[in-house]
Write a protein that binds this ligand. Structure first.
Ligand code: BGC
Length: 735
């Protein structure tokens, strides 16, 4: 008995001792900064070096000996990317890596709805968790500078305020799940063809007012846990090594405590990367065979060469420790976070979110004679490759393997069947027949050897006696369309679509053109076509959402997140015959005058303005009221405006508030977006919409003092339904 008691005492002492010995870094209740210091103090030099560069295409190794888990990243930003092999980009043949494809970020931006952005981030976060991913490589918030930009479809338009305000809830939704956002591509990543070579020269003011604010909001308001440095150079230095952008602005001025990772193969030099503030290196192309027992990752810039630099005294170990701290911080927030849920995948809730985003983002650009919505009909002629072509596979790193992707043709056919409407499809043109990327296929056969004349003749014949013609064309995700690594070569629609559209317009007045794209396109046929819809890349439920809008089940409420110039030269990147893309120095001569700011300044009338988007109802604006006619610097201004749905169907309006500084000592844009609110109204209903403008709405970046400056004087508050449709104006005096 005595022996038994002694034994029990011994066991509990050992257990107690073990309890006491449990390292602090493993204690989820302890302060995260203390856990970081504890883990760091236990790591060897080799373990520290290992944790700051990739161990595979998408992961960091963690510390096996200490039980610190790996960190798994994944593209991003529209869904969880299919798996890739350990060291490359092929198809490893997994069967459990399909996902819900959410609409492209341009479509999300076009919703102008923060709640929808939060739902998007949350659903994506749940999918990421189920797939055991800790970091989603998104959202992308680079500014849309030229309609030729190959990656504009992954970004959120031309206005820093809109892009930033839509990125913030996306990040919250994602990170509430314990999945880190990785905001990309920091910064000035505005073209693709020479993305490793183009060297942006932009004024400090434009940098601060146009190109950085969305990143700043993502960091400060969104609390993003990581950021990806871009490929391009800025003022002569690659952004992955750019001390001014990373050390001074991001980590210094904005107080960013997260991780800065390189874009894949964006690191080029150990010393520059170390001094520039890059924390983690991914995707470097080593391009040589390694001796047995060694891996390509061992000779990454932040691997062996960095270690040798530390041992030789070239670099401090403190610098390495600071990088490791940031990696540990994100690990504790994500892969080692015991409170995070398990996630879920491909469920109806996520599909519903995808459909809602697509429904709200679709923009009705033109609707003369109320062609839309589709009313009683017997036959609908659907024409165009994009009605049929699946778009999730392609476009580069944002490609997805969706659980399914409803094409516009499938969506329209499903909806039309409810009213026994016959749907006849004609291809109309043959664009790009590619259906695979990285070995993943959409299993469509797009080969069609008929001549252009035969294809047009068939489409025209099918459309002549139809009640409605719905043409679905635009761009696609092939190289030189909306695709990473190449920019578009022309502003016009490819594959002879203009001719086809005109031929359809000639035989049927009830024509709607649906453009699938992430970019503006030229519309030389605009006078011939009564109705135009911008459908974006809608993801899994895109086809259904298009049908919802065309048939009026959903009243369109999307607004353009970028301007549609009439012709390419109307865009500042191409003004005066400027070429694009550029290999070397790339001067952004337009400064702060991007998009609608440029059109306003130059008196250029766009085809469709920033913020434009029609509805099946009409909204009337009442008198705008400001909280005060005078405000002091640093104070908020509240703008109230009654909005009435004056039509006969329910719908949503985006109330946009622009500010114009009337008395600045520097040149100011005619208007800049500084607030917006989306409001849903029943027919006849009125709501007072409140928009609060913070002190930021009244400042500019002063290049003399290199600081933000607010000058006293009058500011015009312009409230409207689009940047070219201002309904109410008021003036506030800043004291
Ligand atoms: C892209 C990034 C992407 C990364 C990983 C790069 O080519 O620029 O946006 O996250 O690849 O796929």
């Amino acid at each position: 008995m005595k022996k038994l008691l002694l034994f029990a005492l011994l066991i509990s002492a050992v257990a107690f001792g073990r309890e006491k010995e449990k390292p602090l870094y493993l204690d989820p209740t302890a302060d995260i900064e203390e856990r970081i210091e504890d883990a760091l103090s236990r790591m060897t030099l080799d373990e520290k070096i290992a944790i700051i560069h990739a161990q595979s295409t998408f992961s960091l190794p963690g510390v096996k000996r200490l039980g610190i888990p790996e960190l798994w990243t994944s593209d991003g930003p529209h869904g969880v990317r299919p798996e890739v092999p350990w060291n490359d980009w092929g198809n490893p043949g997994w069967n459990n890596d399909s996902c819900v494809a959410f609409p492209a970020l341009t479509c999300l931006a076009a919703t102008w709805n923060r709640d929808v952005a939060q739902k998007y981030g949350n659903a994506l976060g749940e999918e990421a968790l189920f797939r055991k991913k800790d970091v989603i490589l998104g959202p992308g918030v680079n500014m849309y500078r030229s309609p030729l930009g190959g990656r504009n479809f992954e970004y959120m338009g031309e206005d820093p305020f809109l892009a930033g305000k839509m990125a913030v809830p996306y990040i919250h939704g994602l990170q509430d799940n314990g999945v880190a956002a990785c905001v990309k591509h920091y910064a000035l990543n505005n073209e693709e063809r020479h993305r490793h070579k183009t060297d942006v020269e932009v004024s400090e003011r434009a940098l601060r007012e146009i190109y950085l604010p969305a990143f700043e909001m993502a960091v400060k308001e969104g609390g993003a846990w990581s950021i990806m440095a871009s490929y391009n150079l800025f003022r002569g230095t690659h952004c992955c090594h750019n001390g001014y952008l990373i050390n001074d602005i991001l980590k210094g001025e904005w107080g960013f405590d997260g991780l800065v990772m390189s874009d894949w193969a964006g690191t080029h030099d150990t010393r520059e990367a170390v001094l520039g503030g890059l924390d983690v290196e991914f995707g470097t192309k080593v391009g040589k065979k390694m001796p047995a027992g060694e891996s390509v990752y061992d000779i990454y810039y932040l691997a062996r060469p960095y270690k040798e630099g530390i041992l030789s005294g070239e670099f401090s170990e403190e610098g390495l420790d600071n990088r490791v701290r940031r990696v540990l911080r994100i690990i504790f927030r994500t892969s080692m976070n015991r409170n995070k849920p398990f996630g879920s995948m491909c469920n109806q809730e996520h599909l519903d979110v995808a459909r809602e985003v697509a429904q709200e983002g679709i923009v009705l650009l033109k609707n003369e004679s109320d062609v839309l919505p589709v009313k009683k009909a017997r036959k609908i002629s659907v024409v165009g490759e994009n009605a049929y072509k699946k778009m999730c596979i392609g476009g580069g790193s944002s490609m997805l393997k969706p659980i399914y992707e409803m094409s516009p043709l499938e969506g329209i056919t499903e909806r039309a069947a409810k009213e026994n409407i016959e749907v006849v499809y004609s291809r109309g043109y043959v664009g790009d027949t590619t259906t695979t990327q990285d070995g993943i296929s959409s299993f469509q056969n797009l080969v069609d050897n008929r001549s252009k004349e035969e294809l047009i003749a068939e489409a025209v014949a099918n459309s002549r006696d139809a009640d409605y013609v719905i043409y679905v064309g635009g761009l696609n995700k092939s190289l030189h369309q909306d695709c990473e690594n190449r920019d578009r070569l022309e502003y016009g629609l490819p594959y002879g679509q203009d001719e086809l559209i005109s031929a359809l317009a000639e035989v049927n007045p009830n024509l709607t053109v649906v453009i699938i794209s992430g970019n503006a396109v030229a519309m030389p046929w605009i006078e011939e076509v009564p109705s135009v819809v911008l459908g974006w890349y809608g993801g899994s439920e895109g086809g259904r959402a298009i049908a919802d809008v065309l048939f009026g089940d959903v009243n369109p409420s999307g607004k353009l997140p970028f301007s549609f110039p009439v012709k390419l030269e109307d865009n500042p990147a191409h003004y005066n015959g400027k070429t694009f893309p550029t290999r070397g120095k790339n001067y952004y001569d337009e400064g702060i005058f991007l998009g609608y700011r440029w059109h306003d300044k130059m008196g250029i009338k766009p085809l469709f303005a920033f913020g434009h988007g029609l509805s099946y109802t009409d909204f009337k604006y009442g008198e705008v009221k400001l909280s005060s006619a005078k405000i002091r610097e640093g104070k908020n201004l509240t703008v109230k405006i009654p909005v009435t749905n004056a039509g006969s169907v329910a719908g949503s309006e985006v109330v946009q508030v622009y500010v114009h500084d009337c008395e600045a000592s520097v040149e100011m844009p005619a208007k800049q977006l500084k607030g917006f609110e989306k409001v849903y109204l029943q027919p006849g209903e009125t709501k007072v919409v409140t928009v609060t403008l913070g002190p930021d709405a009244f400042r500019f970046f002063d290049e003399q003092s290199m600081d933000w400056k607010t000058e006293p004087g009058d500011f015009e508050i312009l409230v409207g339904s689009a940047s070219d449709d201002i309904r109410q104006t008021a003036v506030v005096k800043l004291q």
